[in-house]
Design a protein. Structure first.
Lengths: 190, 190
DNA sequence: TCGATGAGTTCAGTATACTGAACGCAGTTT
DNA sequence: AAACTGCGTTCAGTATACTGAACTCATCGA
């Protein structure tokens, strides 16, 4: 963070995206309509407490109002010989699936970057026996269910499981979540 | 974020970790000593602008002062059959290396979670020809150099490269950085 | 044409964030 | 001891964040 935050712009953007009036947001946040108006037009330096109340009213993280807009995810390939970086992107039901692994390794394992919109879920059928999945949480929080077991994960957490039973990844929160996923196919399959 | 932030505690923790006096931090941040004292003891609701100035003075992200303490990274294993999750942890030169991949796949590939303290660097000799590395940035920003090529990466970015030449990962910033790394050994080696 | 409703803005008053200076309290020095 | 230095706290004054009410300007029916 090298520039002062642009709180007003962020609040206005989210509020109009949610189609809320100042009156409604005022009620939901407990911050006066007058103050909201002045904050949105950068006429005041709000206190942290006030911005926090607004974040609650908007159902977003405090940081979402203080940070600049989320940058897009990028894929680099630093070696000419690694040129076959797959950039496939699929979008469905609030989930963006980005294939990271090159085609050359599609038989042994696959790597994905999964972006979950708020409340999106990725439900999977059982894979081939012996298949394993490895998750690393890059952003937000997700809930993972494998058979009868469940885990709550947050940024930096790592999870591994056999996925020859039903398994699912949920984003319960109001924030987007990003998950790095490695699928390793059973050597038996090959 | 479901509870109001504990700014005072965070500032005090970082300030004393840095061994700074209120006078010094006041000079470096442009916030009066009196105000710093009152913020640290939760006697006031500081404005965002003030907290931002303090963050600059401490050389940390604004969010680091507003969020609760950074939770430790956790490793889960959701399936009894995947019980051999390695939890090896090595620390050297400001870098924590956590082995994520189970021993059963050590021949084909390895997965790590790397935590870089501010300004830490991980410099590697060339690996066996054909070896590839795949990086996903979980937190912070890092600079990666492979041979003559360099890339700046931030959270959510993904990078792949052949690592049969010299390669290095730097954390130039004042923030810790977390990187997920997959090393895939050349099939020829096996 | 004229209220009436509902949007965002402006106004005047009060609460409080913020400052520089004074203060109290250690540990050192003389 | 007394004087000094450097730490964090408290004080009194000023700037301003914040509020409820008044205001403006649309859009909508009668």
């Amino acid at each position: 963070m090298h520039t002062p935050p642009m709180i007003g712009k962020n609040i206005q953007r989210i509020r109009s995206a949610r189609k809320l009036t100042l009156n409604v947001l005022s009620e939901r946040s407990g911050v006066s309509k007058a103050m909201l108006s002045q904050i949105e037009s950068d006429k005041v330096n709000p206190t942290v407490a006030t911005v926090w109340k607004i974040a609650r009213g908007l159902n977003v993280e405090l940081n979402d109002l203080l940070e600049a807009d989320d940058e897009p995810k990028r894929i680099f390939s630093l070696n000419p010989a690694a040129e076959d970086a797959a950039k496939l992107e699929k979008k469905q039901d609030g989930i963006t699936i980005r294939v990271l692994s090159p085609l050359s390794m599609v038989e042994e394992l696959e790597m994905y970057l999964l972006t979950f919109e708020p409340h999106a879920a990725l439900v999977s059928e059982p894979h081939f026996p012996g298949t394993q999945e490895y998750l690393t949480i890059v952003k937000g929080t997700v809930k993972v269910t494998v058979g009868d077991n469940t885990a709550e994960l947050k940024r930096g957490d790592f999870l591994m499981y056999h996925c020859d039973t039903d398994h699912a990844i949920y984003n319960d929160s109001n924030q987007p979540a990003i998950v790095h996923m490695v699928v390793r196919f059973s050597p038996d399959r090959r």
